[in-house]
Write a protein that binds this ligand. Sequence first.
Ligand code: PBG
Ligand code: ZN
Length: 327
Amino acid sequence: MPTVSLVHRPRRLRCAPNIRRLVRETRLAPEDLVLPLFIVPGEGVRKPVSSMPGVAQLSIDEALLVAREAADLELGGIILFGIPKIKDSVGSDAVDSQGIVQKAIRAIKAALPDLWVIADTCLCEYTDHAHCGILRGQEIDNDATLEVLGRAAVSYADAGVDMIAPSGMMDGMVGAIRHALDGAGHSGIPILSYAVKYASAYYGPFRDAAENTPTFGDRRAYQMDPANRREAIREAALDVEQGADWLMVKPGLAYMDILRELRDHFTLPLAVYNVSGEYAMVKAAAANGWIDEARVVMETLTGFKRAGADMILTYHALDAARWMRLS
Ligand code: PBG
Ligand code: ZN
């Protein structure tokens, strides 16, 4: 006779791989992942981003090779960031039909029509001051910026992009882009809104990759205060009202509670951005042999899904998809 008589023994369902697989609640697949790409002018360019080992700025021909890998691994898609040759005060390249991202969209969609291509839609990579909008003095003119964002979205849609992802945290950006797209005959193009984007130090390495460090000040007058939760619901609700098709929370790790909050409040699909600083920390620890990179990455990505994300934007996407194939 056992000395204790336990009725409930959760370990019964944990004792071997076969039963653990049967009771697993969250599953990760390559199609959950979206790979960000940084597109630069030129040919044959693959310029490593020093703070993001494994990530490089790519010319369009090189980006095509990576996009093909993404398609072969059956990723959910890619998201494009353009770094133009010439930046100016109003971000002209962002709205130019011959702009860097427009060219990349055309090339990638021509070669890989089934790959889902998203265009990050913001002005900070295109303006010489690197703020996310049009300046009036030292301030960002919200409403003047909306007009430019609408034109940028239309030109990406004209180039053949599948989804527009405004990331600048301008008030009314989703509605303005929806209106512009509809007016240009693009009512079928969905909007993935960076609805809840915090002013985060975790974007540090991205600024090397996208060359968009503001020349003065910071983004706290438009990105959210990391201390705020209720405001996240308000931001998301406004974007839903304006016609967002998909909501994003960014960054990921320090904001898992916000992800869960939005999952519980809204019925739209949800995305999370596993940002550059989160990536860089994992890479640095792995390079030192301090963590098991594959296991840490899979655990983190699973955590995002468990918290409520349908789609994860991550620089680990290609590696993670390969690890899934192996396991
Ligand atoms: C710019 C933008 C940023 C990121 C995506 N779009 C940086 C910022 O707001 O400063 C960050 C992505 C990352 O850190 O991986 N609108
Ligand atoms: Zn921006």
